[in-house]
Design a protein around this ligand. Structure first.
Ligand SMILES: NC(=O)c1ccc[n+]([C@@H]2O[C@H](COP(=O)([O-])OP(=O)(O)OC[C@H]3O[C@@H](n4cnc5c(N)ncnc54)[C@H](O)[C@@H]3O)[C@@H](O)[C@H]2O)c1
Ligand SMILES: O=P(O)(O)OC[C@@H](O)[C@@H](O)[C@H](O)[C@H](O)CO
Length: 453
């Protein structure tokens, strides 16, 4: 019978909590917790992580002293590491515990992986004040009932109010979600909430709160039984919290650090003045291609990234998209060529089994940032951005029930885009995505007809 992990036999002693993380999901365990675990000052930096509404994997983590196995899934075999940086786990509804950490001067950094939808923005990128949970958060924060908040922006603002009142010092907030300029995006939603709920916090935000923009990269599929079985067979450990990820990893950060953060640079993170070129390279070439695969390749019956990219027709679609992106990226041709070649290897790793259904979720918040900017710019430059238009055509068909199952946090707002004739759908989708060019609209319709066969 395989044993569970425990700090008496595995990993390192629990480090003191000095960092908080919102979104105890797969990616956090493969990325931010891994960098923190490998930092030169790892023994001084423990993370308190908050799950979603239910405890999720947190309950299993608590049974094994918050240790877990990270499995690096290479094309030839696995490598295993027990991660010790997680010091405490909580359910996302434990707002009192969250505020407790915010009032602790030892805690000086908050990271988050709460998905694109977790920031509760409207189509203009502002805090969606019409969302009932956001409206409720504004009311309860204004009334001083801080523990009644529900949304991630509400929890962060409530925590910052508590920190200011406790005089606990400066703090840095770092969004690690796949959104361009995620530091500014986070600052915008928090300031929107502050201006409505607690305007006297604005000065504190100016003086004491740092916002950092990051490009984060490490393809991390959903947890599978195969990973659990491999840890059991090869490590002799029964670890329900084990997570598999690819060997490659990248973390680029820029912005306003207030207070201390772990020595992530010693673990390979890179601090730069301008994260935008890195972000666009990753968001368009990697995530854009992922979205193409998620919508177009699933119509052809593929279920995983590696199966899809092995299909020469699909590979051609991805190349066509990369040609569009390459024309519009502010990067050297050689950098783009190297990155494309590396991506083909990463996507082709047959042992990853990354499900396209994972990538297909929440397209309404991904297509506008991963595909549309290059599409519009390329048309404006007089080119035919076929690769980008095919991705939009495939998403239109996805909205009409083809390919990967539909799952979108804004389902109520976008459900109608898939209804009516194909011509109607394309026209509504182009309206939603603000694609006005007549040639692009015609091309998207023609490509959608081709794709649906
Ligand atoms: N998995 C990857 O390969 C990867 C790589 C780079 C970046 N990311 C970023 O990390 C995010 C999470 O990916 P993951 O693989 O960890 O997913 P996951 O499903 O394992 O975890 C998502 C986490 O976000 C929380 N969450 C979901 N919806 C929320 C909401 N509306 N409000 C607050 N919290 C919410 C969940 O409770 C969970 O803790 C992605 O959306 C992406 O922006 C993921
Ligand atoms: O995580 P999402 O939902 O924003 O996007 C799905 C994938 O494109 C993404 O998770 C990639 O695997 C990741 O960004 C690689 O670093």
């Amino acid at each position: 019978m395989a044993r569970r992990l425990s700090r008496s036999k595995d990993g390192r002693p629990t480090p003191p909590v000095r960092m908080v993380h919102l979104g105890l999901g797969n990616f956090f365990r493969a990325h931010q917790a891994w960098y923190t675990d490998r930092a030169a000052d790892a023994d001084q930096w423990g993370i308190a992580a908050f799950a979603g509404r239910s405890m999720g994997i947190g309950a299993e983590l608590q049974r094994q002293d918050n240790l877990y196995t990270l499995v690096s899934v290479g094309p030839q075999g696995n490598e295993y590491r027990v991660i010790s940086s997680l010091a405490a786990t909580h359910t996302g509804t434990d707002v009192a515990a969250l505020s407790g950490y915010f009032t602790d001067p030892a805690v000086s950094v908050v990271t988050m992986t709460i998905t694109e939808a977790g920031y509760v923005r409207n189509e203009r990128g502002e805090l969606d004040a019409g969302n009932p949970d956001v409206a409720s958060d504004i009311d309860v924060i204004a009334a001083g009932n801080l523990n009644a908040v529900r949304t991630a922006p509400g929890k962060l603002v409530a925590g910052l109010v508590a920190r200011r009142d406790a005089g606990a010092g400066p703090i840095t907030l770092i969004s690690c979600d796949n959104v361009p300029d995620n530091g500014a995006m986070l600052e915008r939603v928090l300031r929107d909430m502050v201006s409505r709920a607690v305007p006297d916090l604005e000065q504190y935000l100016d003086d004491e709160v740092g916002f950092v923009t990051t490009m984060v990269d490490r393809i991390t599929p959903r947890a599978t039984d195969a990973i659990w079985q491999a840890v059991q067979d090869e490590q002799g450990v029964d670890d329900p919290a084990a997570i598999g990820t690819e060997p490659f990893s990248e973390w680029v950060l820029a912005g306003d650090l207030k207070g201390q953060v772990p020595d992530w640079a010693s673990a390979g993170a890179v601090f730069v003045d301008d994260v935008v070129p890195h972000e666009l390279r990753k968001l368009w070439l990697l995530n854009g291609a992922h979205s193409m695969l998620a919508y177009a390749a699933t119509i052809k019956g593929h279920q995983t990234v590696s199966d899809a990219i092995a299909d020469p027709i699909v590979r051609g679609w991805v190349d066509e998209w990369w040609d569009v992106a390459a024309r519009q990226l502010p990067l050297d041709d050689a950098v783009i060529a190297d990155y494309r070649a590396a991506l083909l290897e990463r996507f082709g790793n047959p042992r990853m089994r990354d499900q396209l259904s994972r990538i297909a979720a929440d397209g309404s918040q991904k297509i506008p940032i991963r595909i549309v900017p290059a599409l519009v710019a390329d048309r404006k430059a007089g080119n035919s951005p076929l690769g980008a238009e095919r991705a939009v055509a495939a998403w239109t068909l996805h909205l009409r029930g083809l390919g990967a199952p539909f799952n979108d946090a804004r389902a109520d707002k976008i459900a109608d885009l898939g209804s009516g004739s194909l011509e109607d759908s394309v026209s509504k989708v182009c309206g939603f995505l603000e694609i006005d060019d007549r040639d692009s609209k015609a091309s998207i319709l023609a490509l959608a007809r081709q794709l649906q066969g």
